[in-house]
Design a protein around this ligand. Structure first.
Ligand code: KIV
Ligand code: NA
Length: 270
């Protein structure tokens, strides 16, 4: 049977074949993603994509555990990483450990992801040294939308670079096996990828990174919000709509259900 990729194996891909990552929230999609991806992220984007929330801030640890468990049931080879939701890790390294341990033990995932740079380095070191692999997340950090003023790209002027570089370095030095870099200009993404020793997984962070991640529903045309960095590899939303439209028409004109979908009586009554 196929064995899941480990944090160490992902880490060893620095500078090598690009690491293929997508988000996953449910079992049937996870099973399909598993055939082609190295890493599946159970992202807190689940709140916006599946539950219609306005931001990721209302997602709970129970939400993440429910979806994490669904994804590990569908994945065999890909490494499964679960996002720590807002408010479950920022207060102290002990709080972070307690909740990260709960996520790993209740979902079967192999690592957690948390947002933050220099200020979270101590927490990352605490988790990693106690058996919890951590995927970092720097650059645009959606859980900080209220303090950083929106979802616009970062590092488009050189004076914005230093804190973002410092964040990436701090998280890598603290022991993260890789770092997600979100929403930054290409020259900055290239510099961070060159300067930190662990893989940089980009989202809206150019082709210079060691790997890429997107929200699966975004790249399949299943979610309304479409920033510049999303390429639509399919138009699943349109396929869903035409199936529903066809069904509605056939119900209304009584062509569905047909003979082939209809139970007959057994034996003498037939
Ligand atoms: O929640 C999420 O989906 C994410 C990424 C897309 C990196 O954090
Ligand atoms: Na996230």
């Amino acid at each position: 049977p196929a064995r899941a990729l480990t944090a160490k194996e992902i880490m060893a891909r620095k500078g090598g074949t690009p690491i293929v990552c997508l988000t996953a929230y449910v079992t049937p999609m996870a099973a399909r993603l598993d055939k082609h991806c190295d890493l599946l992220l159970v992202g807190d984007s689940v709140g916006m994509v599946l539950y219609g929330m306005e931001s990721t801030l209302s997602v709970t640890i129970e939400d993440m555990i429910r979806h994490g468990r669904a994804v590990t049931r569908g994945a065999k080879r890909a490494m499964v990483v679960v996002d720590m939701p807002f408010g479950t890790y920022e207060e102290s390294k002990e709080q972070a450990f307690r909740n990260a341990a709960r996520i790993l033990s209740e979902t079967g995932a192999a690592a957690v992801k948390l947002e933050g740079g220099v200020e979270m380095a101590e927490t990352v070191r605490f988790l990693v040294s106690r058996g919890i692999p951590v995927l970092g997340h720097v650059g645009l950090m959606p859980q900080a939308v209220h303090t950083n003023g929106g979802y616009g790209a970062r590092g488009r002027t050189v004076d914005e670079w230093k804190p973002i570089i410092d964040d990436g370095k701090a998280i890598a030095e603290a022991g993260a096996f890789a770092v997600v870099l979100e929403g930054v200009a290409e020259p900055l993404a290239r510099k961070i990828t060159d300067e930190i020793p662990v893989p940089v997984i980009g989202i809206g962070a150019s082709n210079a990174c060691d790997g890429q991640i997107l929200v699966t529903e975004d790249m399949m045309g299943l979610f309304a919000i479409n920033p510049k960095f999303v390429k639509r590899f399919a138009e699943i939303g349109n396929a869903i709509e035409s199936a529903i439209e066809a069904y509605a028409g056939e119900v209304r004109n009584r062509t569905f259900p047909g003979e082939e979908h209809t139970y007959k009586m057994r034996g003498a009554n037939a």
